[in-house]
Ligand binder design. Structure first.
Ligand code: NDP
Length: 245
């Protein structure tokens, strides 16, 4: 089978990193993006030592539309067509009661989880539509289905990921482009620490009493949906930790 070019945002840690390893092991090529370039360098080197994948890395903040556009343009200039886009970059920031949340934290979540995902999709889909094929896999969350306390804006941003995916699917019905939303429950990553502004004690508390999902569990699902035959489009997958209830 021909190696595909898989573009992953938020590939510097957690689910995005695990997804990069899964696709590389399967034999695909990677375009890895995130703000922490030193992490991407390490990951790319390790992957190249283990498998035959071509790996391109880009330091990219998905909230900057111009930077997103230049990355996609650079790939076009290099004649690299994106076959699969995994929109994974995202965060919860400083979770607190809605009325106590800072506007800075609120903007960070909306700008990254929603606007950033829109920017990347808008640019990549132009290229996919030209080629008339592709697959976009968006990282939502069970938080988009079941709101929980002190997370109204995060939950809303993830509900929007699902609605956006469904809306785009209708608009590109004439193209051979699939769209999938993956909605994970609790996964053990840096996410928890980021959401409590680096307070590791509070972050660890999230995993107390349950065996959390591991990033590899989600990466397995991403690869599974990407490997379906042309006629099959998996629109949504919800994956919870067994004891999450
Ligand atoms: P991590 O914190 O490990 O990963 C988040 C990734 O997003 C990092 O690679 C980070 O890279 C990247 N990122 C954040 N902001 C930006 C930005 N502005 N531009 C580019 N990249 C950015 O957490 P997870 O792996 O858990 O999170 C991955 C996705 O999974 C997120 O969308 C999250 O909402 C979702 N999710 C997580 C769950 C969990 O329980 N962990 C549950 C459900 C969904 P860098 O900092 O280098 O830019």
């Amino acid at each position: 089978m021909k190696a595909r070019n898989v573009f992953i945002t938020g590939a510097s840690s957690g689910i995005g990193k695990a997804t990069a390893y899964k696709f590389a092991e399967y034999g695909d090529n990677l375009i890895l993006c995130a703000r922490r370039k030193e992490n991407l360098n390490e990951i790319a080197q390790d992957i190249k030592n283990k498998w035959r994948s071509h790996v391109h890395i880009y330091e990219l903040d998905v909230t900057n539309y111009e930077d997103v556009s230049s990355v996609v343009k650079d790939l076009e200039d290099k004649d690299i067509k994106i076959d699969i886009l995994v929109n994974n970059a995202g965060l919860a920031s400083g979770l607190d009661k809605f009325q106590d949340s800072s506007i800075e934290d609120i903007e960070k979540m909306i700008n990254t989880n929603l606007k950033g995902l829109i920017y990347v999709t808008r640019k990549v889909i132009e290229q996919m539509a030209g080629e008339n094929s592709g697959h976009i896999i968006n990282m939502g969350s069970t938080a988009g289905i079941y709101a929980y306390e002190k997370a109204a804006v995060y939950c809303a941003s993830k509900a929007a990921v699902k609605t956006l995916s469904d809306g785009i699917r209708i608009d590109i019905i004439d193209k051979d482009i699939k769209i999938t939303t993956i909605q994970p429950g609790i996964v053990q990553t840096d996410f928890s620490e980021v959401r409590f502004h680096g307070d590791s004690e509070r972050a660890e508390g999230v995993y107390k009493g349950i065996e959390a999902l591991q990033p590899e569990d989600i990466a397995d699902v991403v690869l599974y949906v990407a490997n379906q035959p042309k006629r099959v489009q998996i629109t949504d997958v919800t994956i919870m930790a067994n004891q999450q209830g």
